[in-house]
Design a protein. Structure first.
Length: 136
């Protein structure tokens, strides 16, 4: 708007053949107004691009979860199921131990104790033979 008025003033000054100094002053004022307009336009473009790249961060913090007023009730079926499951697991464990004893530890013990049993048997037989020979 100011630029348009200054341009009209410049045109009328040129038509009336005013002095060059007045025309030059009007021209300088037009240049200043155009420079201000360009600066404002540049600032507007900068702000528009900056607002497009702006990031909005929202932090949502929930309120503390309150405990229910009524506690969950006792469920006898669940307790019975848990007790039976524990019993089955205990019996499985006991069966596993028995299988290991019968199939691993007893044969191992027999192998390790066999020489001791043989030595004891030989000692017993010699002792018995000595007693018989003394008694005859």
């Amino acid at each position: 708007m100011a630029e348009e008025e200054l341009l009209e003033l410049l045109a009328s000054a040129q038509e009336t053949h005013k002095d060059a100094e007045s025309i030059l002053a009007i021209y300088n004022e037009i240049t200043n107004v155009r420079m201000q307009i360009e600066q404002i336009k540049g600032r507007m473009q900068y702000l528009e691009s900056a607002s497009e790249l702006a990031t909005l961060t929202i932090t949502v913090t929930p309120e503390e979860i309150e405990e229910p007023v009524v506690e969950p009730g006792w469920e006898p079926l669940r307790q019975a199921r848990d007790a039976l499951r524990t019993l089955v697991n205990a019996l499985k464990g006991l069966s596993t131990v028995m299988i290991w004893v019968v199939l691993f530890f007893l044969p191992l013990a027999a192998i390790l104790l066999l020489p001791l049993i043989l030595v004891c048997l030989v000692w017993y037989l010699r002792r018995r033979r000595r007693r018989r020979s003394k008694g005859e």
